[in-house]
Design a protein around this ligand. Structure first.
Ligand code: C6P
Length: 413
């Protein structure tokens, strides 16, 4: 899409009106929300559908013969279909609703791990994983006496693919890597990683938490075996997420949580499990969350991820340019392929001080290790300040960020 087409397709002023929170004030200043990697704001379409659900449709699902239960079940399953189409899964049964990315990865680590991992087997992750894609693997590796291997990265925050190739061996059972790094913004070559892993006979999970709201995702074109993401990072509610998995693999895996809805029959002697996807959805699910996520996906589809991606790229380039002109500022994460993240450190000021001073200006960013402590260690820093962009941000907001940073520099010298 050309820049002109982006401008025509993208009327940010109008789109911002869909998000009531964006016109609020913080400390007497208009809110500048640049913490979209932590969570995104919610459009009216998502807010309204949840209200309608609780006012007019609320019931438990898959259980009742009464009208409301049928309506709620229909709406929840309709949302599953929207997710299926959104990521181009082959079937609704390949879409498991979870609490979020963390929950999805834990599900795979436990269920895949207990089914397929044996002593001496290896799991490969990368040096830029979120803790949610490290700790679940450490836990299952410890339990199964398996070994965790790490793909290194270079000084720009790009994975070293030649080193990944060297790590692959007949022992590699699963490779679990992040699509877009939450602390560096790097877009990883996941298609290439999946191809290499498959050639080696290994299964692949992609952590798509920071990808789904910025890049069109087609799980069948990628050919990943698992794909995890969170509803709240794509303008949906918190407490809902998705695990996509190929049916042939999910069918072989043991469920890791037991309870209601995941069973076919229970006796005290033996339980048999329900079909996919319910086998992995124990207990009453987050019904309103699923419906809200469906509305968020509808909303994103109306704007279009290609238009979102080009507009955000323009903002990213603009933000990179103006931040690079700030004296004493160093960007952390300078990969050639990046999405929506501007992580930086500033001479003489701790990121927490930057965050606090910016907050007084109404500017919300995240500071700290961003749940990626190994990334901070790799760059020899305790923390970064991170501005993360969404399609409802503007160049004026990035200018406000730079003015805020100038105030920090004035105070800390
Ligand atoms: N990153 C951030 O500020 P949950 O918490 O389950 O919705 O998502 C976990 C997660 C997994 N992988 C990646 C790449 C992520 O970025 C996140 C969440 C937030 O960067 C909160 S720590």
């Amino acid at each position: 899409m050309s820049e002109l087409e982006t401008q025509i397709a993208f009327d940010v002023t109008t789109l911002r009106k869909d998000f009531p929170i964006l016109s609020t004030m913080v400390h007497g200043k208009p809110l500048v929300y640049l913490d979209n990697a932590a969570t995104t704001q919610k459009p009216n379409a998502v807010l309204d559908i949840q209200n309608i659900y609780y006012r007019e449709q609320n019931a438990n699902i898959h259980r009742g013969v009464h009208h409301l239960s049928e309506v709620a079940t229909f709406e929840y399953e309709k949302a599953r279909g929207k997710v299926k189409n959104f990521i181009n899964a082959a079937d609704n049964k390949e879409v498991i609703f979870t609490k979020g990315t963390t929950d999805s990865i834990n599900l795979v680590a436990q269920s895949f791990g207990k089914t397929f991992l044996s002593a001496g087997d290896e799991v490969i992750i990368s040096a830029m994983e979120h803790h949610s894609n490290i700790v679940p693997w450490q836990m299952i590796c410890e339990e199964r006496n398996a070994i965790l291997r790490i793909i290194p990265m270079n000084d720009d925050g790009e994975l070293v693919i030649e080193e990944f190739e060297k790590l692959l061996s007949p022992k590699t059972k699963i490779v679990s890597v992040v699509f877009v790094s939450n602390s560096l913004g790097t877009i990883n070559p996941v298609k290439q990683i999946i191809e290499l892993a498959h050639r080696n006979g290994s299964t692949v999970l992609i952590d798509g938490a920071q990808a789904v709201a910025h890049i069109p995702v087609d799980v069948r074109a990628l050919d990943c075996d698992f794909f995890a993401f969170s509803g709240h990072k794509i303008f949906g509610p918190t407490g809902i997420g998705v695990l996509y998995g190929k049916a042939a693999l999910l069918d072989q895996m043991k469920p890791y949580q037991g309870g209601g809805d995941m069973i076919r029959s229970v006796t005290f002697e033996k339980t048999t499990y329900n079909d996919l996807p319910y086998k992995f959805e124990a207990g009453t699910p987050n019904i309103v969350g699923g419906i809200g996520l469906g509305a968020a996906i509808d909303y994103v589809n109306i704007i279009g991820l290609n238009a979102i991606s080009s507009y955000e790229h323009e903002l990213l380039e603009y933000g990179t340019e103006i931040l690079n002109h700030v004296s004493g500022l160093r960007l952390i994460g300078t990969a050639k392929l990046k999405a929506s993240i501007l992580s930086f450190v500033l001479e003489n000021a701790h990121p927490h001080d930057i965050g606090t001073i910016l907050d007084r200006e109404g500017i919300a960013i995240r500071t700290g290790h961003h749940c990626t402590q190994p990334v901070m260690k790799r760059f020899g820093i305790p923390a970064t300040a991170r501005a993360s962009i969404s399609f409802y941000n503007t160049k004026e907001e990035l200018d406000a960020l730079v003015r805020g940073i100038a105030k920090v520099s004035e105070i800390f010298g």
